[in-house]
Write a protein that binds this ligand. Structure first.
Ligand code: KIV
Ligand code: ZN
Length: 508
């Protein structure tokens, strides 16, 4: 049985999903859960991209033990130095350096010859080896590269000291059989291929990322790069939970498995979804709400007679719990903390105190408190950003034949201010008042609202996406009053924009 290494890039490529950026604390929460999931490598960020990314990689490297922590770097000295510095505190640190190898990228993006690319790649790997013995080289856009040139680059970077060579399908262009042939070609043609682990990193533009990754495993790939829930640039990356469960469920076919603690999969999926605000579609394999639901009568009948008639995996294997009624008004801080731990959240004392306070308020507003309610209010606490603006009070008037009016009181840079506005609806009136008081120049790109559990007393969660000078941020807010939730989400996003103004924009 071969063990395939799982290289999780949720905190780097996953974070490149539009609007999914995470701050340092959020990344730490996800990293702790990835460690419980037992991934082999966590790519925690791209240290040169921004001070926040550098800090995230450094903090993850400092705190998370028993897992290799990787930092991404272009094949440039400055990037490699920064990545080397960020992974320094890690028990086991990796520099992941990349350079494109396809003629399209060489001609239009890099304006380099193949010889120059080869030389630069070798130099980058040698430079990275000055910081760590664990160096990965990625041939960006490998699947649109000339196969023989890719073989040459692979051979030379291995000679230069790369211990992993990654073959990314950067634009999600590959077809499984063809991709398998490419991996086989490399395995047969590169003389020193046995000196490194061959990795693949597949994007999902044609919906084939998981299929391509599994085919690569059959042809000898020893590492898979993937993300939780398949989030990532454009259509995303290969979904980790799908690869892991395909290997587990069809172990005999693949003769391969991973070291993932599958019972932690569902929890991790929920956590990433909550923190990034990227909703998991109900029919998503493994972690979608309907993934284990049997609707048709014939299926239900067969299932009740013998589960295996219609079930190829047990929900318990991926840690899907029954939605539990938990805790109540009389629950103490200790029980609350323990439940949070079970849900994958480890909070600082300050976060815990605030979340507990919110929990107690919620107990007064809502009769039954479910895991989903707890997750919502805690993730709001985790996602909290330094507050330039905060909501002090909100009063709204609306109804049939009434022009909706909102009276908003905010604290703006330490000073209380108030404004009454009218709008097309209560949310519109509230947002107009907030926009006036904060003097924001941002545009509201998206407004989403959802109920966390059933019932008219359910928590409403609002997600807003704001755009300002080409920067996008998401804000979140939850409350049993949906207008208050909407106000909180808007203010949360405005605070994020303020925070971003203090750090340079990230980008490759
Ligand atoms: O998609 C890609 O090619 C990447 C590389 C940096 C590995 O994300
Ligand atoms: Zn990628």
């Amino acid at each position: 049985m071969r063990y395939i290494k799982i290289f999780d890039t949720t905190l780097r490529d996953g974070e490149q999903s539009p609007g999914a950026s995470m701050n340092v604390e959020e990344k730490l929460h996800v990293a702790r859960q990835l460690a419980r999931l037992n991934v082999d490598i966590i790519e925690a960020g791209f240290p040169i991209a921004s001070p926040g990314d550098f800090e995230a990689v450094r903090r993850v490297a400092e705190e998370i033990k028993g897992v290799t922590i990787a930092g991404l770097a272009r094949a440039k000295d400055i990037d490699i130095e920064r990545a080397g510095e960020a992974i320094k505190p890690a028990e086991s640190g990796r520099i992941h350096t990349f350079l494109a190898t396809s003629d399209i990228h060489l001609k239009f993006k890099l304006r380099m010859t193949r010889e120059e690319v080869l030389e630069t790649a070798v130099r980058a790997v040698k430079k990275a080896r000055q910081y760590t013995d664990d160096v990965e080289f990625s041939a960006e856009d490998a699947t649109r590269s000339d196969w023989d040139f890719l073989c040459r680059v692979t051979e030379e970077v291995i000679k230069a000291g790369a211990t992993t060579v990654n073959i990314p399908d950067t634009v999600g262009y590959a077809i499984p059989q063809e991709f398998g042939e490419l991996i086989e070609y490399l395995m047969n043609k590169v003389p020193n291929i046995d000196k490194a682990t061959i990795s693949v990193h597949c994007h999902n533009d044609l919906g084939l990322a998981v299929a391509n990754s599994l085919t690569a495993i059959m042809k000898g790939a020893g590492q898979i790069e993937c993300t939780i829930n398949g989030i990532g640039e454009r259509a995303g990356n290969a979904a980790m939970e799908e690869i892991v469960m395909a290997l587990k469920t069809r172990q005999k076919y693949f003769n391969a498995d991973t070291r993932i603690v599958t019972e932690e999969i569902y929890k991790t999926s929920r956590l990433v979804s909550k923190i990034t605000g990227m909703v998991v579609q109900p029919n998503k394999a493994i972690v979608g709400a309907n993934a284990f639901a049997h609707e048709s009568g014939i299926h239900q009948d067969g299932f009740l007679k013998e589960r295996s008639t219609y079930e190829i995996m047990r929900p318990e294997t991926v840690g899907i719990p029954q939605s539990k009624l938990i805790l109540g008004k009389h629950s103490g801080r200790h029980a609350f903390k323990e439940r949070l731990k079970e849900l994958g959240y480890e909070l600082t004392q300050e976060e815990l105190d605030k979340a507990f306070e919110r929990f107690k308020q919620l107990c007064d507003q809502k009769k039954y408190i479910f895991d989903e309610d707890i997750e919502t209010l805690v993730s709001e606490e985790v996602r909290r950003v330094p507050e330039v603006f905060s909501l002090v009070d909100l009063k709204v008037e609306s109804g049939v034949g009434v022009k909706p009016t909102a009276k908003v009181r905010l604290q703006v840079r330490g000073k209380e201010v108030e404004r009454t506005d009218r709008g097309d609806g209560p949310v519109d009136a509230t947002y107009r008042a907030i926009a006036y008081l904060t003097e924001t120049k941002s545009h509201l790109e998206k407004f989403e609202i959802k109920s966390i559990t059933g019932g008219t007393d359910a928590l409403g969660e609002v997600t807003v996406t704001l755009e300002e000078d080409g920067r996008m941020v998401r804000g979140y807010g939850s409350d049993t009053d949906i207008i208050v939730a909407a106000a909180k989400a808007y203010i949360n996003a405005l605070n994020k924009l303020e925070g971003r103004k203090r750090v340079p924009t990230k980008g490759i």
